[in-house]
Design a binder for this molecule. Structure first.
Ligand SMILES: [Zn+2]
Length: 153
């Protein structure tokens, strides 16, 4: 009987030590790779979280989410996007449409060019510049457009 208990507790300890690292890794992954609800790019250090989505017609939509990734309405935020395309720079202005901000014009043709999103939390706030490369092909691993890819390449 005593031996059985010892074996049992040893088995439990083994299970616990095996289960713990797996859990920790899982938690780590979730915080690092946040998938945005519409498959766009989450803009860092925005509050609420802003998501940059290139629509099929190449207009851009900015959606907002709280920490639980539930949609929230745009309030005082303003966004301008500069697309540094091969044929020259294009500036996209945004207007409020429903809960989101929508670009009045489209992104220039092609991809692989740099984009700068100028994000202002309020009219008085200092603008934040978020730069990234616009790559529209689908990533083979996460199945998102490359500009929104969450893999660690
Ligand atoms: Zn990916």
């Amino acid at each position: 009987m005593k031996i059985n208990i010892r074996i049992l507790s040893l088995a439990l300890a083994l299970c616990a030590s095996l289960a713990l690292p797996a859990q920790a890794e899982d938690k780590h992954d979730h915080s690092k790779h946040k998938v945005s609800p519409k498959g766009g790019k989450l803009l860092e250090k925005t509050e609420p979280h802003a998501e940059f989505v290139v629509e099929k017609d190449r207009t851009v939509t900015i959606n907002f989410y709280n920490d639980e990734m539930k949609p929230v309405a745009a309030t005082t935020q303003t966004v301008t996007t500069i697309a540094d395309a091969k044929d020259g720079k294009a500036k996209l202005e945004f207007e409020k449409k429903g809960d989101s901000l929508v670009s009045k014009t489209k992104l220039p043709e092609g991809d692989g060019y740099n984009v700068v999103v100028q994000f202002k939390q309020t009219a008085e706030a200092k603008p934040q510049n978020i730069r990234f490369k616009l790559e529209m092909h689908t990533c083979g691993e996460c199945k998102l457009a490359e500009y929104a890819c969450i893999c660690e390449h």
